[in-house]
Design a protein around this ligand. Structure first.
Ligand SMILES: Nc1ncnc2c1ncn2[C@@H]1O[C@H](COP(=O)(O)OP(=O)(O)O)[C@@H](O)[C@H]1O
Ligand SMILES: [Mg+2]
Length: 266
């Protein structure tokens, strides 16, 4: 029987290392430099947000960490191992939920178990737990078309977490949701992460979202994306929504806003 549970260290997440990355897209016309000299380290089990203006190379960075793009210069390492090709153990969530409309909620969540040939009894039990954690118990037999945008994105998060991945990559996962749903999802994500710690890289252009959720926020410049500054967020985890009233929260949000103003982003 395949045993999907990893050793204790990997179960708590693996560190992500981005080392000296330049990314230039070629093709027809003039080459586009998306990223310049990007280096960062995300500690195992920590929650890191990459914050930057539209077009600064955030999605490109995520694709590089997933091993779906090859860097022009530099390398990526996960758990100290240099990537050479796709990193198939990452959980990935995109802005649009990309669920399969002809599969039920449960079967969508179970998709990675089928692809990776995990033990199905284990996978079903984990899927049930995950759906329960995001308030979707009772919706297992529904189809994506019967759900709201927020519910579909919850299903996508459960699917990404199904195989107990050592890293979770999220590219603006709440970008398409209305403001209230977004706030609820942020709180839920923080709780899920606090209960079952993984290394998370969250891509966002929302300053408050980044500060609310992260142990560290990495702020990027406009294209070609460079790291402007790293902001450790020393507020205790897990975070309650009330943290939005905390002066320390606003202080960091303002500092980041000032940095964007100084660099002409705002
Ligand atoms: N596959 C690609 N081919 C060519 N250019 C690309 C590709 N992906 C992204 N780019 C370019 O790289 C830059 C950064 O894009 P992206 O990483 O999507 O930014 P962000 O996610 O921060 O909005 C943009 O100028 C975009 O046009
Ligand atoms: Mg993007």
């Amino acid at each position: 029987m395949m045993e999907p549970i990893r050793d204790a260290a990997a179960a708590r997440g693996l560190p992500i290392t981005v080392c000296g990355i330049d990314m230039v897209f070629g093709g027809r016309g003039t080459p586009v430099q998306a990223l310049a000299a990007v280096s960062l380290e995300i500690a195992a089990g920590s929650f890191c947000s990459i914050l930057g203006p539209s077009g600064c190379g955030k999605s490109t960075l995520m694709m590089l960490v997933a091993g779906l793009y090859r860097p022009t210069e530099g390398h990526i390492a996960i758990g100290g191992k240099r990537l050479d090709g796709c990193y198939t153990d990452a959980g990935i969530v995109f802005q649009t939920d990309v669920l399969l409309p002809w599969l039920s909620v449960l079967d969508n969540v179970l998709m990675p178990a089928r692809v990776k040939r995990l033990d199905m009894a284990w996978a079903r039990s984990r899927a049930g737990d995950l759906l329960g954690q995001v308030g979707l118990s009772g919706f297992e037999a529904r189809y994506p078309g019967e759900l709201s945008g927020g519910m579909r994105q919850r299903v996508a998060i459960c699917r990404a977490l199904l195989s107990d991945p050592p890293i979770l990559l999220m590219d603006e996962p709440f970008g398409a949701l209305d403001a209230l749903t977004r706030e609820k999802m942020q709180t839920d994500l923080n709780r899920i992460w606090a209960d079952d710690v993984k290394t998370v890289m969250l891509i966002t252009h929302d300053i408050e979202e980044a500060v609310l959720l992260s142990d560290e926020v990495i702020v990027m410049s406009p294209r070609p994306g460079r790291i402007l500054q790293r902001f450790p967020i020393a507020l205790s985890q897990p975070r309650s929504p009330e943290i939005r009233r905390n002066p320390a929260f606003h202080h960091i949000v303002d500092e980041i806003r000032d940095l964007f103003r100084a660099t002409g982003v705002l």
